[in-house]
Structures are given as structure tokens and as C-alpha cells.
Design a protein around this ligand. Structure first.
Ligand code: GLA
Length: 376
């Protein structure tokens, strides 16, 4: 062996040993492993932040330093009827984050889904005017953001405004009634309500070029209007074969070039057979349960478990390499049992998208992820 090959052999041995060492170390946690790189979070449901699921709570406290609300801050939850706000659940979410010194995310203020119809209608069921809808939006944003001022650190101000071709969704009632500037208004109101809160635009499939280009144009427009947008949220509802790690990297760089941060906000990896031809994460999509579409009801074969670990590791390698641009990586849930993918787009399947299993134990994917952390 010459000097070069010897050094190479030593370097490889050291790096494998380091990976194994972190992987074997039961005490290694996500938030510690990536503490110099980005925040690590999970979306929580009620049984978690109300602490009625102690095993999940233990995992959350050990592994994560930021939380997102799965549903409790959506319009239908906090503002179910005209003039009637209900913060009973959201208050507990925020209290849990404060108690555990976590960065608390607000999700979300303006979206076409999980928003009651009354928001867009008068008492006769007719569409209200642009001015009336702007006034309702302002009242909602000021009330919700105002309540948690100084507690919620950042808000998904607008969720999913874009079509797959990068144009604005014209079938969103926000767009239909107010027009293109509903986004500028939403961000302005959020900024006025809490000037210190970070403001985010959040969407899925931005790894696909047409939609990404649309989002880049949208963010430039917001910036030109003087909006202090802090980050873009890539939802990260990924598949085993989509998006490519190259597309993930290109996407991060495209947004970082705008001077904003990038977060992965709803990470999960769907390894079940594709039920539709769409790569998107539109919650209104659904497909029928049929033979062959739910193959792992009795557990995950080792080869598929290994493939999931590899996929997670490949993605985290990109995020670690791009860590200067990355703000946060948040999983959409904690264990496989909690994942929305058990019921979307097909109801009643057995899904395996997370790092922790139904038994609350770490899957091999956790070690694979931890092995990508730099020892810094
Ligand atoms: C979208 C939304 C989330 C959630 C997921 C699916 O990505 O942003 O709030 O509803 O769908 O659970």
C-alpha cells in the first residue's frame, strides 16, 4: 500500500466506525446529532401535546427541539364559526412547546382546505365580496397570531397556493374572491400581527421544476412587495423513488439564492405501492382499497426496511451538505401508527413512513439518519 491508499483506508475505516458508533449509541438523538445544522421537529396530535400518550411524549422530548401542530391551529379548529374562536386545544399545544423549550411552529393561516365554507359565504350561501373576505382574513390572522405573539416563533402564512404547473390555484376561494394579491395581504397581516415572527410559504412537490419555478416567482413577488419572508417550507411528502436527491438539492439551492432559508416541514417517506399516478400531497385525493395495494399488514420485510433506511440516509446526506441553507427538518408525525399515510390516499392501509415504529421503537432508519451527522 502506498501512502495515498493507506490514508484512504484509514479515512474509510474511521468514517464507517463513526457512523456505526453513532448508530449503535442508543443515547444518540436527532436533535443533538444535528444541533449545529438545523432544528429537528415533529408534527404533534392532541394525545401527544396533552400528554395522554406517554411513550410518544418521551420520544418527542428526547428527539425533537421544534414542534408543529398536525391540526389544532387550522382554521376549522380555531375558528369554526363566524365570530367564534376556540383556542382550548391550541393553547395546550403551545404550552407543551413552551414547557419543553421547543421552537413552536404555527400551521397554518390561509389555505383552501380545512377551512369552513362560511368563511367565503354570506348567510344566504352566496360568495362574499373581496373586501369582506380581506376583512375576515385580517380578523383571523390578527386574532390567532396575536394570541400567540412571542410564543409561536414562525407561521406557515399561506399553504399550497400553487398548481403543479406553477400557476396560482384559481380554484382556491381565496384566489377566486380576492385575486392574486391575497398572498401579499396574508403576509402583511401576519407581519403586522407579530413583527418578530418568521413567515413561511409552505407547499408540496416544489422539487418538480414547473412548480418550483412558480414558487420562486411568487416569493420574488412577495419580496418585491416588501414582505419579510423568512423561509420556504418544502413539505417533504416523499416516495421511495421521488424526488431524486439531485432535485432535492437543486430545489434547496434555488430558494437559498433568493436569500431565504429552506425547511422540510412535513417529512415522511411513502413506501407503499402507488395508489394514484400523482406525486402530489393533495389531501382531497382518494383511491379505493384494492388487492396488492397494502402488502405489509403483517410487518415490513427486512429488504424493504433496509431500502427505507437507505432512502432516509440519502436525503439527510443532501440536507447535511446544504445545512447552511437549512432551517429545520420536521417529520409529519412521530411513529408509523400516527401517520396520515395509513389513510391517504387509500383508507385503512398499514404504512411505514416514519423513523419510529408502531411499538415506539426506533427503526433501522433512525441509525441511518444519525450516521449522516457531522461530528461537529
Ligand atoms: C398537507 C397539510 C398538512 C396535512 C398534510 C396531510 O400537507 O399542509 O397540514 O394536512 O397535508 O396530513
Amino acid at each position: 500500500m502506498n501512502f495515498l491508499t493507506t490514508s484512504l483506508a484509514i479515512a474509510i475505516t474511521l468514517s464507517v466506525a463513526r457512523g456505526l458508533c453513532m448508530a449503535d449509541d442508543q443515547s444518540a438523538t436527532l436533535k443533538d446529532a444535528f444541533k449545529n445544522d438545523f432544528l429537528i421537529g415533529a408534527a404533534l396530535n392532541e394525545s401527544q401535546f396533552e400528554e395522554t400518550d406517554p411513550q410518544a411524549v418521551a420520544l418527542i422530548k428526547a428527539q425533537f427541539n421544534t414542534i408543529s401542530p398536525e391540526n389544532c391551529l387550522k382554521w376549522e379548529s380555531v375558528h369554526p364559526n363566524p365570530g367564534q374562536y376556540d383556542f382550548s386545544t391550541a393553547d395546550q399545544y403551545v404550552a407543551f412547546g413552551q414547557k419543553n423549550n421547543m421552537f413552536i411552529v404555527g400551521h397554518n393561516l390561509v389555505w383552501h382546505s380545512q377551512t369552513p365554507n362560511w368563511v367565503f359565504q354570506d348567510t344566504n350561501g352566496q360568495a362574499i365580496s373581496r373586501d369582506a373576505l380581506i376583512a375576515r382574513m385580517r380578523d383571523h390572522i390578527f386574532t390567532v397570531v396575536g394570541r400567540y405573539k412571542g410564543k409561536i416563533g414562525g407561521w406557515d402564512v399561506v399553504n399550497e397556493a400553487l398548481n403543479e404547473d406553477g400557476t396560482l390555484r384559481t380554484n382556491s376561494p381565496w384566489e377566486k374572491i380576492i385575486g392574486d394579491d391575497y398572498l401579499v395581504k396574508a403576509f402583511q397581516f401576519a407581519h403586522e400581527a407579530d413583527p418578530d415572527a418568521q413567515l413561511y410559504y409552505n407547499d408540496y412537490s416544489l422539487e418538480n421544476k414547473p412548480k418550483r419555478d412558480g414558487a420562486v416567482a411568487l416569493i420574488k413577488k412577495l419580496q418585491a412587495a416588501g414582505i419579510p419572508i423568512y423561509a420556504v417550507g418544502l413539505q417533504g411528502h416523499y416516495k421511495m423513488d421521488w424526488p431524486s436527491t439531485n432535485d432535492v438539492d437543486v430545489t434547496i439551492k434555488a430558494f437559498a439564492a433568493l436569500g431565504i432559508k429552506v425547511s422540510i416541514t412535513e417529512l415522511d417517506i411513502d413506501l407503499l405501492p402507488a395508489a394514484t399516478s400523482s406525486q402530489g400531497a393533495d389531501i382531497s385525493m382518494n383511491a379505493r382499497y384494492r388487492a396488492g395495494i397494502d402488502p405489509y399488514t403483517n410487518g415490513l420485510p427486512a429488504s424493504v426496511q433496509q431500502a427505507l433506511s437507505q432512502r432516509y440516509q440519502d436525503l439527510f446526506k443532501v440536507w447535511v451538505a446544504d445545512r447552511q441553507s437549512m432551517e429545520r427538518i420536521t417529520f409529519w408525525g412521530v411513529t408509523d401508527a400516527q401517520s396520515w399515510l395509513n389513510n391517504w390516499p387509500v383508507s385503512g392501509r398499514t404504512a411505514y413512513p416514519m423513523l419510529f415504529g408502531r411499538d415506539y421503537q426506533a427503526k433501522p432508519a433512525l441509525a441511518a439518519v444519525l450516521s449522516t451527522a457531522k461530528n461537529n
